[in-house]
Design a protein around this ligand. Sequence first.
Ligand code: PBG
Length: 322
Amino acid sequence: MLRRPRRNRRSSAIRGMVRETRLSTDNLVYPLFIFDGKNIKNEISSLPGNYRMSLDNILIEIEECVNLGLQNFIMFPAVDEKLKNKTATYSYNPKNFYLKAATKIKKKFPKITLISDVAMDPYSSDGHDGLVKNGKILNDPTLPILGKMAVAQAKAGFDIIGPSDKMDGRVQYIREALDKAGFSETSIMSYSVKYASAFYGPFRDALDSAPKAGDKKTYQMDPANQREALIEAELDTQEGADFLMVKPALNYLDVISLLKSNFELPIAAYHVSGECAMLIAACQNGWLNYETAMPETLTSIHRAGADVIITYFAKDYAKLAK
Ligand code: PBG
C-alpha cells in the first residue's frame, strides 16, 4: 500500500495540522427572546436551556456571552396578544418595547452586532408574516409595513435588519426605505432560502406566533426544492442583500453548499429551534453526548459552507471553546 490515509490521523497534533474546517465563536449568532416587563426569565419548555427574558435579564445574558467571546445576537419579541392587530402597527410604534430595548442594549454594548427580525407574525393578530385578506397573504400591500418596521429598527440601533417574512421584492423595498431614511450603513441579512419547515415549533411556542389559520406554504419554500433556492438568492443579491440565509440548516446542508458555490455574498444558516430541540432531547435521554454531538453538528453546518451560523447552542459552544 503506497497510500495510507490513516497516517494523517495518527496524532492529535497531525489531525490539528490537516483539519479543514475550523469553527470559531466569531461565526456564531445567539438568538434571544425578549418579553416586556421586569425580572422575567421563563424557560421555553420545548427548547430547554433557552428563555424568554425581560430586558434586565437580557443585559445580564449578553454580558455573560461577551465575556465568553460571543459578540453577535439576533433578537425576537414576544408580544402581548392585546398589542397585535391585522396590520402589525405595534411593530413600528416608537413605544414598542423591542425597539426601546435595542437602543438600551446598543448603548451598553456598542461593539456587539444586534440583528433584528422583520416579519409581521409576532405583531399580527393573524399570526402570519404578511397581511391577510380573505384568507390570502397579500404580497405588495405587506411591503410598506415591512419598510416601516425596518426603518424603526434601524433608528433604534439594530446593526443588521433580518427580513424573515419571505414576501417577494422586500429586500429592495427595505433597502430603499433604509437609504431614504439615512441608514445606508445598516445591513440586510435576508432569509433568502427559508423553507416551510416543520422544525420551527419551539420558536413559535416561545413567541406565541403560530398562524391562527392555514400555513405558510404560499410564501415559505417547498422543502422538496433545491434549484428554486438559486432564484431566491439571485433576486436578493440583485436587491441589495448583504448576507444570504438558508433556513433550516441541518436538513438543508445541500442547499447551503449550493449557495456557497454559486454566490460571493456571505452565507448564513439558521440552525432552527426544532433542530436544536431534537439534539437536546436525545442528550437529556442519555442517548447522545452533548459535548461531542453539539460541536460536531455546528462544524458540519460550517463545513457545508455557512460563514455565519445562528444557533441556540452558540453560548454553550463559546463555553466549550474557552
Ligand atoms: C418568523 C420566524 C420564524 C423563525 C424565525 N423567524 C418562524 C416561522 O417562520 O414561523 C424560526 C426560527 C426557529 O425555529 O428557530 N418570522
